[in-house]
Design a protein around this ligand. Structure first.
Ligand SMILES: [Zn+2]
Length: 212
């Protein structure tokens, strides 16, 4: 069991983004050699871990990469509300859930991301909108891996991953405190890339969600 009460955990946008999650849905990106996207997704994870190491006091040299799963909005909603006391929105889909971190079902940690190809906010930005039906078993194109907003969603969960793997989370006054670092570093990351931050009130959220 975790030392933390999961009911009090973490927020991403308006929701906590770390909770106990079960289920095996989604396209799973593991370190299997036959998966074409592994080099690029793994490269992105490695790059973001180095970024975290360079911009925080964490030693990321011993942090192992987590498993990444890409899910639909429905699957993200199911993962989030499954076994939770929270009430689902009437539509059945909670469109505020972009990313989740699960640290209990796997020692390596699992990051669940809304598949960027199914994220309306991101697809609206892409000029060359693809009209062919989406095959979600296909690896992500480089254009998605290069998308700064998608990268920041992954970065946010990777910070939680580092906080857990280094044991730093046990030093925080409470579990929610870990959000401060995740939100603030994400904002810095986007500013440095001159990307529009989807959370213009990020600094307020960083303090609001990290209160113990
Ligand atoms: Zn978070």
């Amino acid at each position: 069991m975790s030392t933390f009460d999961h009911k009090l955990l973490f927020s991403f946008l308006f929701l906590k983004d770390i909770r106990v999650i079960s289920g095996n849905s989604g396209a799973i990106i593991r370190s299997s050699r036959d998966f074409k996207s592994e080099s690029t997704m793994e490269k992105l994870i490695a790059t973001l871990l180095i970024y975290i190491g360079a911009n925080t006091g964490y030693d990321v040299s011993k942090v192992s990469p987590p498993e990444i799963r890409l899910l639909s909005a429905q699957e993200m909603t199911d993962e989030y509300y499954g076994g939770s006391d929270s009430t689902r929105p009437e539509s059945g889909i909670d469109s505020r859930i972009f990313a989740l971190y699960n640290y209990e079902d796997s020692q390596e940690g699992i990051i669940l991301l809304l598949d960027p190809r199914l994220n309306d906010a991101l697809t609206a930005e892409t000029v060359d909108a693809d009209q062919t039906p989406l095959d979600r078993t296909k690896p992500l194109d480089q254009k998605w891996l290069d998308n700064h907003v998608f990268q920041e969603q992954l970065l946010h969960e990777l910070i939680h991953h580092v906080q857990y793997q280094t044991g730093q989370v046990n030093q925080f006054p409470c579990a929610a405190y870990s959000e401060r670092e995740a939100y603030l570093l994400g904002g810095k990351f986007l500013r440095e890339r001159h990307a529009t931050d989807p959370l213009p009130n990020r600094n307020v959220l960083a303090y609001m969600y990290s209160r113990c």
